[in-house]
Design a binder for this molecule. Structure first.
Ligand SMILES: CCCCCCCCCCCCCC(=O)CC(=O)SCCNC(=O)CCNC(=O)[C@H](O)C(C)(C)COP(=O)(O)OP(=O)(O)OC[C@H]1O[C@@H](n2cnc3c(N)ncnc32)[C@H](O)[C@@H]1OP(=O)(O)O
Ligand SMILES: NC(=O)C1=CN([C@@H]2O[C@H](COP(=O)(O)OP(=O)(O)OC[C@H]3O[C@@H](n4cnc5c(N)ncnc54)[C@H](O)[C@@H]3O)[C@@H](O)[C@H]2O)C=CC1
Length: 309
């Protein structure tokens, strides 16, 4: 069980104020997480370049940011709709889009990826950008489940590489897990902590251990729910109601799975199964595999465990 060795979290540093400030951010991946992070960074005065593989995806991402900003503004500027509209325009001006990650990285203090949960693809991306980004640029990953040190290994900037793990939906969730590997410098770690605070989030400090803090606890919980349902011991509806009304969670495990995305869930589960093949919790789930094979990824495709159309 070396994969799940217990380690202690790194403490918040008193030297945090000396770390270099992050002003311009390149975010790679304009899906639910990347778009959410771009929104929050732009809303807090950072300039952001959002990168994805096509103009259509980027158009959809910006539309999503605008929609989410409208929800934020409705509350924040309830009595001043004109000021709200002004705020939205100002935030959108802070966001530019590009399909050229290399060009975007050249003027960035931070390159943060939120692309597909696949180690090889993340390594390829950072390996390429390492040759193009300025020396001072910090690289970070929003991975849910992959070791940060494995992703960083494709670069020559191990001291300027860390994890910044946001939560979905990013505009609403207050937490950011800041992950330092054994090679991450204190200065880099402090910059990432300060950046999280500048976004208005509450950072917690984590070691590079499987699932960091939240997913180390959340993944077994969600998987147990799926196993319980697969054994025929509860309908997904009853399990969701039970966890909402009995444990006070805002969403039940099946609703949460659909919200996160079943494709991402499958990447996580397959990756952990590969690393810990004797653990029955991570054995393939027929139900999950079937839904993903049918393109039913959850809320983002209109169907997963539940239908959303
Ligand atoms: C199947 C096999 C599985 C294998 C692996 C297992 C994996 C296990 C899981 C881990 C996967 C990896 C994920 C990860 O790395 C980390 C995560 O992010 S985990 C997910 C964490 N998130 C949650 O737990 C979300 C829980 N839900 C909520 O907090 C609420 O339900 C939510 C805020 C989403 C919505 O609130 P709700 O009251 O239900 O609905 P409303 O629509 O009324 O919204 C309330 C309020 O919030 C505003 N709002 C909501 N979303 C947004 C948005 N995107 N932008 C702006 N504003 C938003 C909305 O406008 C409402 O405002 P009011 O003023 O109150 O009207
Ligand atoms: N969905 C969730 O609740 C959470 C996900 N994460 C992590 O964030 C990352 C992204 O997840 P989501 O936003 O949910 O995925 P998503 O599927 O919504 O978005 C991923 C985006 O990345 C783009 N992309 C893929 N490869 C790319 C490349 N090489 N270059 C540029 N863009 C590329 C895709 O076109 C897509 O728009 C994953 O690592 C995931 O584990 C972290 C926290 C929560």
């Amino acid at each position: 069980m070396a994969f799940f060795t217990h380690q202690v979290c790194r403490g918040l540093s008193s030297s945090a104020v000396r770390a270099a400030a992050i002003k311009h951010v390149t975010i790679i991946g304009g899906g639910q997480m990347g778009a959410g992070i771009a929104q929050v960074a732009a809303s807090t005065g950072h300039t952001v370049t959002l990168v994805d593989t096509s103009d259509d995806i980027l158009k959809k991402a910006v539309k999503g940011i605008e929609g989410s900003l409208k929800r934020v503004v409705k509350k924040k500027f309830a009595d001043k709709p004109e000021a709200g509209e002004e705020f939205i325009q100002k935030v959108l001006q802070n966001v530019s889009v590009s399909t050229d990650a290399g060009a975007a990285a050249q003027s960035s203090d931070l390159v943060l990826e939120a692309i597909v949960e696949n180690l090889k693809i993340k390594q390829d991306l950072f390996g390429r950008l390492d040759k193009l980004a300025p020396t001072h640029t910090i690289f970070a990953s929003n991975t849910s489940s992959l070791p940060i040190s494995d992703i960083a290994s494709s670069t020559n900037r191990l001291d300027r590489f860390g994890g910044l793990h946001f939560f979905n939906p990013v505009p609403m969730m207050k937490l950011v897990e800041v992950i330092g590997t054994s090679a991450t410098s204190q200065e880099t770690f402090d910059s990432l902590l300060n950046f999280s605070k500048a976004l208005g989030k509450t950072p917690v400090s984590c070691k590079d251990t499987p699932g960091f803090i939240v997913n180390r606890l959340l993944v077994p919980y969600v998987l147990e729910a799926i196993r319980l349902h697969e054994r025929g011991h509860g309908s997904k509806e009853d399990i969701d109601i039970a966890m909402k009304l009995g444990a006070g969670y805002p969403m039940g495990p099946f609703e949460l799975s659909d919200y996160v995305g079943l494709d991402t869930m499958k990447f996580i589960m397959d990756g952990w199964n590969e690393k810990d093949p004797d653990n029955p919790l991570f054995a393939p789930s027929e139900m999950l595999n079937k839904l993903v094979a049918e393109g039913k990824y959850g809320k983002k495709t209109g169907e997963g465990f539940y239908k959303y159309k």
